[in-house]
Design a protein around this ligand. Structure first.
Ligand code: 5AD
Length: 439
């Protein structure tokens, strides 16, 4: 089979990044190898995201650009994957005449079959169905050799008023636990040291299965896989952070001391309208219990700024909550009206200028907190899993602490993929520097 070139452009979350790795893995079996250059590709796939309006617009503009390449190269296969594809389906074909392939994230496993259909019929194919049963295991073409994403579930059964995901990734479907354990064992054999389990609400894993295995049970199974040193997961929903899971996290040595726990707002009134299913008083004990049981536990969160009806007082409560929980990192977004979501139709939308001003205030608080949290690590010794050479300074290696902080230090290529103890000597709000400890 002759080698053909595949270019994938990925937008959005880690789930999408990993979906692209899976598309690459399946197409590798069909004779395609990844390229970084769209103009030398035989096939281009734009893996789209529509969580916020901007990412959707960018995906469409890229698609337009790639469609132009077809003028000089009529055999180029052009595909659109991901959440915009799922939402717009047939509509995209009308908008872009050159498209050959449109498929949703639940149909990645059908990519080889779709490719065959295009080749045989010379007709575009659209597949945005939700197949029944647990998602199938697919190969993945992973770039990283040390850390691996592992998708354990798809979809979301929650109905947050702002969120488009239930419309684009369908109902919650968990993979069979034995298949996940097998995939992780293979990753360990291939030399991977760290895995990050992925799901839209990763800790509700197992609810759609008859196996009787929940997320804490799955963590225990994976903790037993030899060779894997670190386990992370994202994103959990606060309502599924039950006591069993918290105790399991504290007990199992491979679970990293880090949790991304989306809060979205610090105001109970806003949380209620968002339909998040928890109050601040229900969120707080999760953080408190984990801090009590796990020394040096680090937290990050997501905040939406300017959700419809958010008052100055609501927003102050968010700032207070961010300060109270001393997050190591906060990811914050302007609220974006998404089609067919309840909150998009509400009348009390917040003007952009108000969102911008609140954004700047949260940003200042976030930076100050992150810098202070990082400074506290100066002079401590941190275990760093080395990922590779630093992009900013080739003399240095780069890796992460168990608490997910980026560390740069001088070292040798042979240390890539190893766990190295590093004494922290410098801290900014976004990274640390240090020196390896001999021995
Ligand atoms: N507008 C802004 N941010 C959103 N998110 C989800 N939907 C929206 C929206 N409509 C954010 C949430 C979520 C993160 C992945 O994206 O904070 O946790």
């Amino acid at each position: 089979m002759s080698t053909k070139r595949l270019y994938i452009k990925t937008f959005g979350c880690q789930m999408n990044v990993h979906d692209s790795e899976r598309i690459g893995g399946l197409l590798r079996d069909e004779g395609y190898r990844l390229t970084e250059k769209p103009d030398e590709a035989d096939m281009i796939i734009v893996n789209t995201c529509n969580i916020r309006e901007k990412s959707e617009q960018k995906a469409y503009s890229d698609l337009g650009r790639f469609a132009m390449l077809k003028r000089d190269k009529p055999d180029l296969i052009l595909g659109m994957a991901g959440c915009v594809a799922q939402k717009d389906g047939e509509k995209v074909l009308k908008r872009y005449k050159g498209l050959d392939l449109v498929f949703g994230s639940s149909n990645i496993e059908n990519v080889p079959q779709m490719l065959q259909t295009i080749t045989l019929n010379a007709q575009p194919v659209v597949m945005v169905l939700e197949p029944p049963g647990p998602p199938k295991t697919t190969p993945a073409d992973r770039k990283d050799r040390v850390r691996a994403w592992v998708s354990i579930m798809e979809g979301c059964d929650r109905h947050c008023a702002f969120c488009v995901v239930p419309m684009t990734r369908g109902r919650e479907r968990s993979r069979l636990s034995a298949e996940i354990v097998q995939e992780v064992s293979h990753l360990a054999e291939a030399g991977y040291k760290e895995i990050t389990l992925l799901g839209q609400t990763v800790n509700s894993y197992g609810k759609s299965l008859e196996e009787g295995v929940d997320f804490a049970d799955l963590l225990r199974m994976l903790n037993a896989v030899d060779g894997i040193e670190r386990i992370r997961f994202m994103s959990p929903h606060p309502s599924d952070m039950n006591p069993k899971l918290i105790e399991t996290m504290a007990e199992l040595p491979k679970i990293c001391e880090f949790l991304h726990l989306p809060l979205q707002s610090g105001s109970d009134a806003v949380l209620k309208r968002m339909g998040r299913g928890y109050t601040l008083n229900e969120y707080r004990p999760i953080v408190e219990r984990l801090r009590r049981l796990v020394p040096d536990m680090a937290f990050s969160t997501d905040i939406i700024i300017g959700f419809p009806g958010e008052t100055e007082d609501d927003f102050k409560k968010t700032l207070d909550a961010v300060a109270e929980f001393e997050y190591d990192n906060v990811y914050y977004f302007h609220y974006s009206q998404r089609p067919n979501t309840p909150a998009a139709q509400w009348e009390d939308q917040i003007p952009d200028e108000v969102k911008d001003a609140r954004f700047a205030r949260l940003s200042a608080l976030e930076k100050a907190l992150a810098r202070e949290k990082n400074r506290r690590l100066i002079d401590t010794v941190q275990e760093v899993l080395v990922e590779g050479r630093s992009k900013r300074d080739r003399a240095k290696l780069t890796g992460r602490t168990r608490s997910n902080k980026l560390v740069h230090f001088e070292g040798d290529d042979r240390e890539i993929g190893c766990l190295i103890n590093v004494r922290i000597t410098f801290a900014s709000s976004t990274y640390l520097e240090g020196m390896r400890i001999e021995g």
